[in-house]
Unconditional design. Structure first.
Length: 375
């Protein structure tokens, strides 16, 4: 990959590097800057909060209470926020601790090459992490490796042992080519978990808060998960994460993860400002327009070795056949477009506020760069 000079500043869907070049940002800080860089309302709220107080540990703050109230307005029905943390990994760890305390069980399952974070436990459940795999983690195949019926059969057998505290699910694999199971698969999985007394945890750290067109991915399902993790889109790039837990679920003291910086007043201010800004936008229409633009420019190119997967404002391009993925990624960068490139995938996470003409132009450039990188 061509080295990128240090980024000096950013605005909306553009970032500038020290050598004066401007890039269209379809990476958006791994999908966190969902309302665009330097969103005026979020920046103003952060400045205001910075002048008041930054860090108080676990003491209550006005900023924290406001963020909790804003979160309550957007969470799935029947749930409440289970605290405010700094990273997605912490929210996933908390769900794991909570599930262990709630069920009295110590084993967990998830699907191969999903992403839930990089702590020892979360990465044991998902990532390519054999050297440090924790003993209580079971990794099931996902839909890129097996048929849905086979996976559900294996999940049912594992669940019937009565030892699983939770099953973690990343509904669209954002770090593994955008693989997604059917609604019927997820609904059946939720039902199997419920029959077994196992919590079903949806990791919506990337998909949550309008990224895929609905407020949460699971809004489109008839059966709902017990716990929903979310993070990236909630504070427009400021480190913040949380989880939605059922109203009736107590949080035992031993489950609390705590951390020096979690839920700090600056993060809380960014959460309130971001959620308020989202409320003022028609997020559903914006994301639908983004989906239409990406599909029109990058869909239907399987014959050329380009497979598009995703939804809303979350897209993965799998480059195969004649296309040299490394060369394609370099050309995209040289053409002034930032995307995440990993192995044979390019990941596009445009901001919801991106100008559609700019997005169309960037997608056309990406398509041309990929096709030009054919052997
Ligand atoms: C779906 C999902 N879960 C969890 C994580 C981990 O979040 P963090 O990097 O903030 O720990 C990520 C990060 O990319 C993610 O995409």
């Amino acid at each position: 990959m061509t080295a990128l000079p240090p980024i000096t500043h950013a605005e909306g869907s553009h970032v500038w590097t020290g050598d004066g070049r401007r890039f269209v940002d379809l990476m958006t800080g791994y999908g966190a800057v969902f309302l665009g860089h330097g969103h005026p309302a979020v920046t103003a709220r952060l400045r205001e909060q910075a002048a008041r107080v930054w860090q108080c540990g676990r003491l209550p703050t006005a900023s924290g209470e406001e963020a909790e109230a804003r979160l309550r307005e957007v969470l799935p029905e029947g749930t409440r926020p289970g605290g405010l943390y700094s990273t997605g990994m912490e929210a996933a760890e908390f769900a794991i601790r909570l599930a262990a305390c709630h069920t009295g069980r110590r084993e967990f399952a998830a699907f191969g090459r999903s992403m839930h974070g990089k702590s020892a436990m979360t990465s044991s459940l998902c990532w390519d992490n054999a050297p440090v795999r924790a003993g209580q983690a079971h990794v099931l195949p996902f839909v890129d490796e097996a048929g849905e019926d086979e996976i559900l059969g294996r999940a049912a057998r594992l669940l019937s042992g009565g030892r699983l505290a939770a099953v973690l699910v990343e509904p669209i694999q954002g770090s593994n080519g955008g693989h997604e199971a059917s609604a019927a698969f997820y609904e059946r999985l939720v039902a199997l978990c419920r029959e077994a007394g196992t919590l079903c945890v949806f990791d919506e750290i990337l998909t949550g808060l309008h990224r895929t067109g609905t407020r949460f991915y699971a809004d489109r399902l008839a059966a709902k998960p017990d716990i929903t993790l979310f993070a990236k889109c909630m504070a427009n790039g400021f480190p913040a994460s949380s989880l939605a837990i059922p109203h009736g679920m107590d949080i035992p003291a031993e489950a609390l993860p705590g951390s020096t910086f979690s839920g700090n007043p600056l993060a809380a201010a960014a959460v309130s400002a971001t959620l308020e800004a989202m409320r003022a936008l028609d997020m559903g229409t914006r994301v639908a327009d983004i989906e239409a633009a990406v599909r029109a420019a990058l869909g239907g190119r399987e014959a050329a070795g380009i497979t598009l997967r995703g939804r809303g404002a979350m897209w993965m391009l799998e480059l195969a056949g004649p296309i040299r993925a490394g060369a394609a990624a370099r050309s995209v960068l040289e053409a002034g477009i930032l995307v995440s490139a990993q192995g044979r995938w390019l990941r596009l996470l445009p901001a919801a506020t991106i100008d559609l003409a700019l997005l169309r132009e960037a997608c056309d450039t990406i398509a041309a760069a990929c096709e030009a990188a054919s052997r």
